[in-house]
Structures are given as structure tokens and as C-alpha cells.
Design a protein around this ligand. Structure first.
Ligand SMILES: [Zn+2]
Length: 609
């Protein structure tokens, strides 16, 4: 456990005592004792610190602390990366010395730093280094962008892009099957370059003829388990690959990348992570819950932290096969590495695909594809073994489940794991997305203590095609059913699934409370959250979902000094004004990591008018 900070109270696995994944009675007793001592140490520590002048004071505003003891304040004092005082301006000004930096909120709203509850940190950075297809309105537009890229590329060089989504186009491609494009025309435009275009959901890829040739895909190729090669009426591959069928295309691309030197790879990784971090800070994201990284990617994160190049706080779900986990998890697991910058204490699994690609695993067939109930991406027995590994290593298990069948299977699996561990449900295991849940399963989240990790912005961007896929009844009863889950007592962590959606917490906040789609209509508005619930899902409840509520998620003495200053008060302005709110300043560990210039970029990336 080389990565545990020295001098901190620990539980039996050497973690600082804040978060105790396995809930046996003696551990709870022991932990609460340790928490008591820990709290005493923290209190003594911050009192001593409070007597020294603050490094930074933030005054003159409306601060939503998310601390039930003192929910509103006007000022905060920060020293050595932690919050030392919260209160009125008068109370906090006493903490200032001659060298103290002062930020005047001028009446603006400040909130705890936003916690992205489910995103893909490295892929996000990489997506900023490839063709962005997310705003394309037609397939023809994408063909044009790819052709231009190929014209500037050397023969043989891969053209990669991300973000296409047939559900968001204003017309179907000239040649298509079920609305998905057929490769013929694009292959004709790019004969010398393999092309790999990842779907906006990440659950599908498009490949041109050259890429399929390198991947060994032909008319004779058969569908793998949990995947599908889309075909024309003549049985020819269309170039579109769903779920596990993406493998050969990805491997062909990886073979091409293998030609790079270690130094070139490292440079690309560093660049991607720096781009991801920069974009997060611009959006007020101070902590990022990464939904699946490999051992090698986590090693790269550690090196970045050691070199002081990452200041964002990462909480990472490990995504490796069961054998690799069993062999190496103990050595990789860490809590609070590098001054609370990296925690690896969770495992990621996928049970099904995405709704946008007809891959979500449903109890009944799709309304708009009656031959299919979706894809089982990982056999339940495999996830069952992962659950045993998670229990053994005191890790949270986080399972992607989108369809109602997938959600039911995962809840059943969590329940079985709980009954085997004999002491109630394994605490804070998570269902990632929990998008379409059968009404009978909604109360089970709270009952089993399972976190619903949901991305509000998915509801408003998927909304236009959800009823087509599921039909009105299923959509109304269980699609993105935040209100029903909260009313039943579940904890929800919010997020964006970046790079599937933009990493913008304010857009997801607006979606949470209005459920308003781009066309202005609200998607089943009766399922909206209140403003307070939405902010909680991005701060304190997000911290809870990672066993981090004792150090993050609220503005209170002793906690990490991560906060965000907003241009307008998201708790009181009318719904119509929410899209115009911007992040003015982001503070991580008491350091200003982003300040918006007066005429800086607006949230959608355009300059201010
Ligand atoms: Zn994801």
C-alpha cells in the first residue's frame, strides 16, 4: 500500500478511515472508533491551522455549502489546501493576514467543486485529439470531414473520429440499414486510409473497406457472442459493428499504433490527460470518477501526479479481466494517493450495451426492432466472479446496466453477493447509468443500498428517440426515472459519461431540473429533480458514491478546498436562464486552476457575444 498517505488513521487494509466498503459489524464499530479519533485529529489540526493566516479567502457571496450544519455562508477561508473557516464576511476576514489572497464574489454564487460521477478521462482527452463528429447533422457531413482528413494524411495512416449518432441526424444516410450508414461511398473516397469512427455512445464503430480488410472482416465473418456485424440485405458487412463485434477493428488499429515508440506513446497519453484536465477545470469539475481504466493507464496517471501535472482528483474504476484483477488488484489499489489525487478502489463491468445502438438488454423486444432484446456484453457468471474479487479486495463493484433486463440482472447479482457475504448488501455498489428500470426494480436500489450512477444529460439528448425504442409505457414508467428513485430513497450520482456528452455539469444540472430537450419539449418532466437534489447529485452524493463524503462534496472546515464560482445563482434563477450560466472560477485544493476572462469562452465553446 505504498500509496496511502502517512500519518492518517487507517482501517485494516491500510486505507485512511473514510469509507469502508465491507459492512461487517466489527468493521463498522472499529471504523466509527477510528473515525472518532480521525475527526478529533482533523478538528485539532484545522483549529491550529485556523490560527495561522489563511492563504486565500473568498468573501462577499452566496455560498451553498451543502453542509447541513450551515447550509448558507458568505465567505470561506482556506489554508494549506483545506477549508479552515466558513461563515459571514466578518468571521472569515479575521483569518486574513498580509499575504492572504482575496477573491470577492460580488454577490455571486459559489458551490462545492463539481464531481463528474461517470466519465472516461483518457478517452475524453484522446477525443480532443481526433475528428469530432458529435455536431454533424447528416452522414454526408461526416463523409466530407473524413475525406478532408484523408486528403491531408499519408497513405496507410488511420483516420479516427468519434461522436457520430444516427439518432441525431436530420436525414437518414443515402445508403443505410435501419438508419445506420453503409460504408460504400466513404470507402470510395478513402481508398488508401483505414477509417475508424466511434459512435457517440462508444458502443459501436464504423469502419471503411480498408479498415475491414486490415481487420480480416469479410462476408464470411460470423458474429461474436454479445456483438453483431451489421449487414446489407445481400449479407455484406455494412461497415458498422455493434458491441463485441468491434474487437477486430480496434485490434487492427492497435496493431498500427504499436509501431510508435514508448516515448511517442507517453507523449500522447500526457497530452490527452492534460487536455482532459484543462476542459474539466473550465467547466468547474474538480473531481472526476473515471468509469474504467487499465493498470497501464492508472500507472500513467500516477506518473502524471508524481510529476505534478495532474491536479484534478481522480477516482478510478479498474477495468481489467478477472484473472488480471485477481493477480494484480492488491498492488494497484490505493486511496488518496498524491495528496488526495488518486483513488483506485472500484471495479468496472459492462452487462449490456446502449439504447442508442439497440444494445441495451431489455425484458421485452425493442418497439422499433422487434427481433431484438439487445446484447449481453458480459456473461453474468463472469460478473459474479468479479463480485467475489471485489468483496475480497474491499472494492466497490460498478456495473454498466442500461436496459431494464440488465438492471434487474445486476440488482439480482448484487443481492446474491450480499446474501453470501452475510452482512447486508455490499455497501455502495453502483449501477452505472440505470437508465431503463422496471417499476418493480426501482425500490430495490434503496433497499439494497445500491447507488444509481445516472447522467442527467443523457435523458435530454436521448429523449427524442427513447419512445421510439421503448414505446410510451416503458418510457414513462422507468426511463431516466430520477424522481422515482429519489422518492424511493436511492442515492443518485450525476455526470455526463464524457466523451459521450460534453463534460459540462451545468448542462447536466439543467437537464436534471428541467428535462428539457433541444427541441424545447420536456422529457417526462414529472421525473425532474429539485435544484437542491441536482446540486447534491453533483457534490455531496457524488462524494458518497465514492466513499469520499468526509473529504469532499461540501464546504466545511477540514474538507478539501475545492470550489467553483458561478456567474449566476443556479439555485434561484428561472429555468430559462440556466443555459447561460458559466463557471467564472475553479479552485482545487485552495489554488485557482481556472479563471474565465471577461470575454472568455461561453459554455458551448463559442466566444461571448
Ligand atoms: Zn461510460
Amino acid at each position: 500500500m505504498g500509496c496511502v498517505a502517512a500519518g492518517t488513521a487507517r482501517n485494516r487494509s491500510g486505507d485512511p478511515v473514510r469509507g469502508d466498503p465491507i459492512g461487517t459489524k466489527w468493521m463498522i464499530m472499529r471504523t466509527s472508533l477510528c473515525r472518532g479519533y480521525g475527526l478529533l485529529l482533523i478538528l485539532t489540526g484545522w483549529r491550529a491551522m485556523a490560527e495561522e493566516p489563511a492563504d486565500l479567502i473568498v468573501v462577499g457571496g452566496r455560498i451553498a455549502t451543502m453542509d447541513s450544519e450551515k447550509p448558507e455562508a458568505s465567505a470561506v477561508a482556506i489554508r494549506a489546501g483545506r477549508i479552515v473557516r466558513v461563515g459571514t464576511d466578518d468571521e472569515v476576514l479575521h483569518a486574513a493576514g498580509p499575504a492572504t489572497r482575496r477573491i470577492d464574489l460580488k454577490g455571486r454564487r459559489a458551490v462545492p467543486g463539481f464531481i463528474e460521477g461517470h466519465g472516461h478521462f483518457l478517452s475524453f482527452g484522446e477525443s480532443r485529439m481526433m475528428l469530432d463528429l458529435s455536431t454533424a447533422r447528416t452522414w454526408r457531413e461526416i463523409e466530407g470531414a473524413v475525406e478532408r482528413a484523408a486528403r491531408g494524411a499519408a497513405p496507410g495512416q488511420w483516420i479516427v473520429g468519434r461522436g457520430w449518432h444516427q439518432g441525431k441526424w436530420i436525414e437518414a444516410p443515402a445508403e443505410h440499414t435501419d438508419g445506420y450508414p453503409v460504408h460504400t461511398r466513404l470507402s470510395g473516397l478513402t481508398p488508401k486510409n483505414p477509417v475508424l469512427l466511434t459512435h457517440g455512445t462508444g458502443h459501436m464503430v464504423f469502419a471503411n473497406a480498408r479498415a475491414m480488410e486490415l481487420a480480416g472482416v469479410s462476408t464470411d465473418s460470423v458474429n461474436p457472442a454479445g456483438g453483431e456485424i451489421l449487414r446489407t440485405a445481400d449479407g455484406e458487412p455494412t461497415g458498422v459493428f455493434r458491441e463485441n463485434a468491434m474487437g477486430p477493428i480496434h485490434r487492427a488499429h492497435e496493431r498500427a499504433l504499436r509501431g510508435r515508440s514508448d516515448a511517442e506513446r507517453e507523449t500522447d497519453t500526457i497530452r490527452a490527460m492534460e487536455l482532459a484536465q484543462e476542459a474539466c477545470f473550465e467547466q468547474g469539475v474538480t473531481s472526476f470518477q473515471d468509469a474504467g481504466s487499465s493498470f497501464a493507464e492508472i500507472d500513467a496517471m500516477r506518473r502524471m501526479i508524481d510529476g505534478d501535472r495532474l491536479r484534478i482528483r481522480l477516482w478510478v474504476m479498474l477495468n481489467e479481466g478477472n484473472d488480471a484483477l485477481a493477480a494484480r488488484l492488491g498492488g494497484c489499489r490505493c486511496v488518496g494517493y498524491g495528496g488526495e489525487r488518486l483513488t483506485v478502489r472500484a471495479i468496472k463491468r459492462m452487462s449490456d450495451g446502449a439504447l442508442g445502438t439497440h444494445g441495451a438488454w431489455l425484458l421485452e423486444p425493442y418497439d422499433d426492432m422487434p427481433s431484438s432484446v439487445g446484447n449481453i456484453v458480459t456473461p453474468i457468471e463472469t460478473i459474479e466472479r468479479t463480485a467475489a474479487i471485489a468483496i475480497e479486495h474491499e472494492c466497490q463493484l460498478c456495473v454498466h446496466a442500461i436496459g431494464d433486463r440488465a438492471n434487474r440482472e445486476v440488482l439480482d447479482l448484487f443481492e446474491r453477493a450480499a446474501s453470501r457475504s452475510g452482512s447486508g448488501p455490499p455497501p455502495r455498489w453502483r449501477v452505472e447509468h440505470a437508465q431503463h428500470v422496471h417499476p418493480d426494480d426501482i425500490p430495490r436500489f434503496a433497499k439494497l443500498g445500491v447507488i444509481a450512477s445516472m447522467q442527467a444529460v443523457h435523458a435530454t439528448s436521448d429523449g427524442p428517440f427513447v419512445v421510439r425504442r421503448l414505446g410510451m409505457r416503458r418510457a414513462r414508467e422507468g426511463a431516466y426515472a430520477w424522481r422515482a428513485l429519489l422518492d424511493a430513497g436511492a442515492v443518485i450520482v450525476n455526470g455526463t459519461d464524457v466523451p459521450v456528452e460534453r463534460v459540462d455539469p451545468l448542462a447536466s444540472f439543467a437537464a436534471s431540473v428541467t428535462r428539457r430537450m433541444a427541441n424545447g419539449e420536456a422529457f417526462f418532466p414529472e421525473q425532474a429533480m429539485t435544484r437542491g437534489q441536482a446540486l447534491r447529485s453533483y457534490t455531496l452524493d457524488a462524494a458518497y458514491a465514492a466513499f469520499e463524503e468526509s473529504i469532499k462534496g461540501s464546504i466545511a472546515p477540514g474538507k478539501l478546498a475545492d470550489l467553483v464560482i458561478l456567474s449566476q445563482d443556479i439555485l434561484t434563477i428561472p429555468d430559462d436562464a440556466l443555459p447561460a450560466v458559466r463557471v467564472d472560477c475553479t479552485i482545487v485544493g485552495g489554488r485557482v486552476v481556472f479563471e474565465r476572462a471577461e470575454s472568455g469562452p461561453a459554455r458551448d465553446g463559442r466566444a461571448d457575444p
